[in-house]
Write a protein that binds this ligand. Structure first.
Ligand SMILES: C[S@@+](CC[C@H](N)C(=O)[O-])C[C@H]1O[C@@H](n2cnc3c(N)ncnc32)[C@H](O)[C@@H]1O
Length: 325
């Protein structure tokens, strides 16, 4: 469903540049630590972000890994301080790569959250199909989201993100509920492996930023971990995706971004989201399969008709299954 947020307001809400609880949208053009230090304790229901990975991308300077971890520690400490007692912190990261050797950043950063006494609820694997083709190791096709809560008393609502059951018609065959449907009619838990396309050149949400979140990835977290009108924070805002995901579900959104061009893009995308004109890939749309769609070039010319095209990757569908004999 495409939301038309403009219909909800008499006039479009302003995008403020400084934090105030009475605002709905805040984009701070500057360093996240400076922004965070001005925010009262326990303000945000959800902090969700993808920090720089120290890879030397156009928006970051590569620094010694120990120094990087210390910088992250400072930001994480502030993020935990501004998170509500019932709230969550979600840190989305991939690998740091040094001369072909990888360091999984979630493993490196996990102890920081543990030292701050946060509880890890899930390590969500975000699987996607597109990226660099490696020649001396397997190509990286996932990143992870570490989801932490500040206490045992945390908000979590599974219903808005349930997915269809595989066998909805299945019934209990014995016991007191024999004959009744065995599954939840609202759908099943989506699990902790999420197959969602990453934002590469053909994606409708692509901007000039090299590593945007897909909106649908953050929508899932917003829907399960916050209520309407709650505040969502992204300290490394980039193109504004986390705020957009929050606004699409009637939450408030705030973030900081140092790079002025990305601040401009974030503001423009937020305006488009409010007017209902931002192109967004809808949540739960199945991943495009060129073979099923009958696209050209999907059959290897060197295979005989009916022969399968090698090993299938996770999330790819085999077109035929042998009938049981
Ligand atoms: C991995 S990108 C995040 C992209 C974002 N998730 C999106 O959907 O567009 C990290 C962003 O953090 C910004 N950044 C780096 N250091 C920062 C800092 N100290 N404060 C605020 N933003 C920073 C970078 O310019 C970059 O846009």
């Amino acid at each position: 469903m495409e939301l038309h947020l403009s219909l909800m307001f008499d006039r479009l809400p302003e995008i403020a540049a400084a934090f105030d609880r009475r605002e709905r949208i805040v984009v701070f053009p500057g360093d996240c630590l400076e922004f965070l230090r001005g925010i009262p304790d326990e303000t945000f229901q959800l902090v969700v972000t993808s920090p720089p990975y120290n890879l030397g991308k156009e928006y970051e300077k590569r620094i010694h890994l120990e120094h990087y971890v210390e910088q992250q520690r400072e930001v994480i400490r502030e993020c935990v301080r501004v998170t509500k007692a019932t709230g969550s912190v979600c840190w989305e990261v991939g690998n740091y790569v040094d001369n072909g050797a990888i360091v999984p950043l979630d493993a490196l950063l996990f102890p920081i959250f543990q030292d701050l006494k946060l509880r890890c609820r899930n390590r969500i694997v975000w699987h996607f199909e597109h990226g660099l083709h490696c020649t001396r190791r397997f190509s990286g096709r996932y990143e992870s989201i570490l989801w932490f809560t500040k206490s045992e008393d945390y908000f979590f609502d599974l219903d808005p993100v349930r997915v269809p059951q595989k066998y909805p018609g299945k019934k209990h065959f014995k016991g007191p509920r024999a004959g009744q449907y065995s599954c939840n009619p609202l759908g099943k838990n989506p699990g902790d492996v999420w197959i969602i396309p990453n934002v590469k050149s053909n994606h409708v949400e692509k901007t000039e930023h090299p590593c945007q979140f897909p909106v649908e990835l953050i929508e899932r977290l917003v829907l399960t971990l916050t209520r309407e009108d709650d505040w969502v924070l992204d300290p490394f805002l980039g193109t504004g995706t986390s705020i957009i995901a929050a606004l699409r579900h009637d939450r408030r959104g705030a973030g900081a971004e140092t790079h002025s061009r990305y601040v401009e893009i974030a503001r423009s995308r937020i305006h488009q989201a409010l007017q209902g004109t931002l192109p967004v890939r809808p949540m739960n749309r199945p991943v495009f399969n060129p073979r099923d769609a009958g696209r050209a070039l999907t059959t290897a010319p060197w295979l005989k008709q009916g022969e399968l095209n090698g090993v299938l990757a996770l999330g790819e569908k085999q077109t035929h299954y042998g009938a049981k004999k």
